[in-house]
Design a protein around this ligand. Structure first.
Ligand code: CP
Ligand code: NVA
Length: 308
């Protein structure tokens, strides 16, 4: 049993095992109705609780459906509805929940609260997005690239355009663990956390930061972007203006490799970080990426519960 607060909690071998399990379980479902359990129902009798401090469509749905398909069940809680909202501590909440459920997924505003929750819990805790990272999204992204390109993600070249945010951090971490290259095209002042970049480089990954969008996209196998203003961040017209040259449109996709995929964790802000033509176009894997959240989450749950 282990926490999944970051991709590094798993490490390269376990991350490979998680991806392999995600691909295999997806293939094995072979047209079953979406709510039907997998043939082996490996988490029968298990219950996951998920706490959301911020809104969610994909993460909430994918964890609920994942538990159903693994033969278990899920309880979804809005943080504001818990006594947490009236001042019960994160640690006390974690201790109490550990007595009720087999695992907890947390979407937290502050990564420090997730870490505090995990320290006090004695069941596995999974990061469902914080201000710092989004590791479950990265697993679905890796899975999607392998599925669409038909090859392991190692050795591929990724371009990130826009804000150096939580999702970018987890992909940089993935680059270090899985051995692929990332060139991030970001406006000055919106670079990713230097610690993530240094850690990926220390593992041998080629991670570059550039301040020009085409320099980032040129020849890439995968082009990724995300919202310019993340949940809980101050927006501000100045940030949006700084981001505008980094919009992923047809010219950016034309400068990437001919077979390049477009990824977006969603929700998209059409006309800002991506044009309709790219998001809805033939190179977009964003819809498959969203669907793959459920398959990725199932493998993460199995790993955290010691079933991989
Ligand atoms: N991509 C993602 O995590 O989406 P939600 O915010 O809808 O969960
Ligand atoms: N970076 C975005 C991702 C949403 C899934 C945010 O944190 O709002």
């Amino acid at each position: 049993m282990a926490n999944f607060l970051s991709l590094s909690d798993a490490g390269p071998a376990s991350l490979r095992a998680i991806l392999d399990a995600a691909h295999a379980r997806k293939a094995a479902r072979d047209g079953r109705p979406k709510g039907a359990a997998d043939a082996d129902a490996p988490l029968a009798g298990h219950v996951l609780a998920s706490i959301f401090e911020k809104p969610s469509t994909r993460t909430r749905l994918s964890f609920e459906i994942a538990m159903r398909q693994l033969g278990g069940s899920a309880i979804t809680l809005a943080a504001g509805d818990l006594q947490l909202g009236r001042g019960e501590t994160v640690e006390d909440t974690a201790r109490v929940m550990s007595g009720f459920v087999d695992a907890v997924m947390v979407r937290a505003r502050d990564h420090g609260d997730l870490v505090a929750f995990a320290r006090a819990a004695d069941v596995p805790v999974i990061n469902g997005l914080t201000d710092r990272s989004h590791p479950c999204q990265a697993v679905a992204d890796l899975m999607t690239v392998e599925e669409r390109l038909g090859r392991p993600v190692a050795g591929t070249r990724w371009a990130w355009l826009g804000d150096g945010n939580n999702v970018a951090h987890s992909l940089i971490e993935a680059a270090g663990l899985m051995g692929f290259g990332m060139r991030l095209g970001v406006p000055r002042g919106h670079e990713p956390d230097a610690g993530f970049v240094a850690a990926a480089r220390a593992r041998g990954a080629n991670v570059e930061i550039v301040h020009e969008p085409f320099a980032a996209a040129e020849g890439a196998d995968v082009v990724v972007t995300d919202t310019w203003v993340s949940m809980g961040q101050e927006g501000g017209a100045a940030k949006i203006e700084a981001m505008r040259p980094f919009q992923v449109g047809p010219m950016i996709m034309a400068s990437a490799a001919p077979h390049a995929l477009f990824l977006h964790c969603l929700p998209a802000h059409r006309g800002e970080e991506v044009t309709d033509s790219v998001l809805d176009g033939p190179q977009s894997a964003a819809w498959l990426e969203a669907e793959n959240r459920v398959h990725a989450q199932k493998a993460v749950l199995l790993w955290a519960l010691g079933r991989l």
